[in-house]
Design a protein around this ligand. Sequence first.
Ligand SMILES: [Zn+2]
Length: 627
Amino acid sequence: MHAAARLVTSHLTWLACLAAALPAFAQAPVTYRVSFPAPEHHYAQVDVTFPNVPEGALEARMSRSSPGRYALHEYAKNVFELQAFDGKGRALPASRPNPYQWDVAGHDGTVRIVYKVYGDHVDGTYLAIDPTHAHMNMPATLLWARGFDRRSVRITFEPPKGLAWVPATQLYPTDDPWTFTAPNLQYLMDSPTELSAQTIRTFTVRGADGREASIRVALHHDAGDREVNEYVSGAEKIVREQGAVFGEYPEFEPGHYTFLGDYVPWGGGDGMEHRNSTVVAAPVSLRTPGMVVDVLDTVSHEFFHAWNVERIRPRTLEPFSFEEANISGELWLAEGFTQYYGNLIMARSGLSRRDDAGPGLARAAITVINSPGRQFRSAVQMSQMAPFTDAARSVDRTNFNTTFISYYTYGAAVALALDLSLRDRSNGNVSLDDYMRAMWRIHGRPGGSEAGLVGKPYTLADARARLAEVSGDRAFADEFFDKYIEGREVADYARLLSRAGYVLRKRNPGVAWMGPANLADGSGTINNLVPWGSPAFNAGLDQGDVILDVDGRAMAGGVLQAALRARKPGDRLTITYKRRGGATGTATVVLAEDPALDVVTVEAAGGTLTSDQRAFREAWLGSKARP
Ligand SMILES: [Zn+2]
């Protein structure tokens, strides 16, 4: 979180303390009424009342960010026809001190604000209203007020008449099926809500501690019972397998965890984690053969977040700021480790092919080993880029494709290295599952004073300390963090993977290479940034240059490839080019060996799987769930 955001937070905390000191009547909930008078026009009508407003202007705001998202989204842009009133229904002026805020002064202790908000984008971040559903991410939908962040909330949805909609949400239920509550602003903003003619199924799981957890699957879909059954049974396998990693389920405060699945061809694609629910969406029909298993991949990722990030939470994201972009150096753990487990659990639960799991999990490592971005930023620093790379759009060009590696990928590669290292050095007695359980025990399970607040968020130093404890070796933990998480080195993946009977090898040994295979199109134009440090880059070639000839042969489709085939690593290639402004030049490219890597089973590489390797592989990829 930015220093500026911290100031705002401490200001809010002070106001909250002040509110807590007021008599009980001051704690009357903020009430919302959300209706959809004309869903075909894609807007919601929101009516919110703030009671017991302290003297001075009420500072009403739309969020600029959304939990689990790291760029700014400026939800205020879709608000229109806003009007403010006092407790007697007298109209009040609303001034605009900044683009996200409406200041309402001259009130009598009550402020009621009525507005419309437009939205037609199905995913986990925005608002989508049409005659088939109201798919609401709360920061995109609800205006809130500064200083009211610890007030409880009561919200009533009014579905359009004549449509058979039902609600699904992690908001707390009441006696009225359309009215819900939230204990505070953080929880309210974290509670996406789907209203539609959806299918809702429930199943119960039990942790090793004996506690039961109720899981609801709410599906807005265009498929039949067969696909819904397949989806629910797959989700249940995933939930059980993940419960086995942690040994127990979190306490899902409203009494259940909810998968909000939106699978309609006119929708959007996304997965967004929340404390007691997740939005999992894809613009597909579940009727498409193989589609159910495809979309369960996201289910696996998102459910892991119920522990990792929602409760095992970095200090940098707690509390989440709705006024600024949120910066965190721990997304390699929060997102990257979740990415790793999402895939690992698909294998453990039998939903993906076990044979493909090792090479699949190694793909992130291969990317990190060969990405030029690693020269510039560590896993921590890649995480801190999220406000610019996570659903962020810029008008100007960036060089991210050569200086950035996604913290999902980087973190998944780190998770693989750590899992295999822990297993390797303990002869299988300690694994990444133990590390996640330690993080859960110390940072997740203790919880906070209310749902929506995390009492013991972790720092980078905490994450390092937990590794020292779990491995029983401070020096190992320090070296691992110094080199692979805060430093820019990569682990010895070839050796680690060989323990499980996998071979990491060059895909094209002895083949000459100068950069991406599609470096230039048939006309010779280099259309993308040339990877930093590649032979073409070192020779001074880059985006926009037009290759005229290669070793005296005029450039045409296939000429560059033929020249490379005729040479060996270490050979030189002379390239004449024309660049921006019309100047021509000659570059001498010193060719390298193609760095592309592959991971295959030792069997496929012509070797024999030893019994040690077989046991290591089974302990890593095999099911842990109790029957
Ligand atoms: Zn995630």
